[in-house]
Design a protein around this ligand. Structure first.
Ligand code: SF4
Length: 307
């Protein structure tokens, strides 16, 4: 049997994965063919949990850099590979540790709650991390009289502020450029076109988009929700990559992207060829200085305990 080029690469990846005792983790926003060869696909929280309890020697992370860093922070004895080292998250880059230290000096009583979409250095300055799946629950569990600095996503922070009713949350001015492309105007147009569809919105969207949602969920939450919903049509307000898994797991249901512009170029960097090259050469290793790693580990572990 003659294999196609893609099948050939996939077969070589499978062989190397076994030889190296590697596990391939892929975020729900990855290219469809990359999701297909992964051992696990999931959102940031689900992949953090996998990274923390794997018995593999090598973790190959198909996601953006902060995700691979989180895997290394939790499992420093593993080799963590990122197929394209330049795949950073623009929102994570909007917060720098120096600036955060300045804000902490201005608000010495505040707790720093940091979205996992952040650098290891910023996590190291934080009290607790959150993901889009657990942010509301975790902030609700914190003492009400303590002010909070929420870093770096102003949209997720604004949503948490509204859901928890806390007015003592200072928002960092970061945002996701991909979710910013989903506007209330495009969602309203989709709703008009498909009035029977349920609207699923990721909390990285702005509040005026969130206001149009039937439900607000992380990508992992969307997958679980759709599996049990009686609705047959969904307008999906998040990065386009999730549509692949939603359609695969629910072939009888229809998924309409809220915006076809919502494509994260950083998430789409890793191609099968890059995965193969990283495994073959054991290259593009992600590591963090030990002092930073130890400091960044505590807020992640606090989050995992509270989730
Ligand atoms: S979708 Fe947004 S938050 Fe996620 S990696 Fe891309 S830029 Fe960062």
């Amino acid at each position: 049997m003659v294999l196609s080029a893609e099948q050939d690469i996939s077969a070589r990846i499978a062989g190397l994965r076994e030889d190296l005792n590697a596990v391939i983790l892929a975020h729900n926003y990855q290219l469809a063919e990359v999701q297909e060869i992964a051992d696990f696909t999931g959102d940031s929280l689900e992949l953090s949990v996998k990274a923390s309890d794997t018995s593999a020697d090598v973790i190959l992370f198909c996601g953006v850099r902060f995700m691979a860093e989180t895997a290394y922070i939790l499992s420093p004895d593993k080799m963590v590979l990122l197929p394209r080292l330049e795949s950073g998250c623009p929102m994570a880059d909007m917060a720098e540790a120096d600036e955060l230290r300045d804000m902490k000096r201005e608000q010495p009583d505040a707790l720093v709650v940091t979205y996992v979409n952040s650098s290891a250095e910023v996590k190291a300055e934080s009290d607790i991390c959150v993901t889009s799946a657990n942010a509301v629950k975790i902030v609700e569990s914190l003492p009400k009289n303590k002010p909070i600095i929420f870093v770096p996503d102003r949209n997720l922070g604004a949503y948490v502020r509204r859901e928890t009713g806390r007015d003592n949350i200072t928002l960092w001015p970061g945002y996701c450029p991909t979710h910013l492309r989903i506007t209330a105007t495009t969602v309203k147009a989709r709703k008009k076109e498909f009035p029977d569809a349920e609207v699923l919105v990721h909390p990285e969207c702005s509040l005026d988009v969130i206001d149009l949602a039937d439900t607000v969920l992380s990508t992992g939450g969307m997958l679980r929700y759709v599996a049990v919903s009686k609705a047959m049509r969904f307008i999906v307000a998040t990065e386009m990559g999730l549509i692949h898994r939603l359609s695969q797991e629910n072939p009888e249901k229809q998924f309409i992207p809220a915006s076809e512009q919502a494509i994260c170029p950083m998430m789409k960097m890793h191609r099968l060829e890059d995965v193969l090259a990283a495994l073959e050469g054991k290259k593009h290793v992600v590591e963090i200085p030990e002092k930073t790693r130890i400091k960044a580990k505590s807020p992640i572990e606090r989050m995992l305990e509270a989730s």
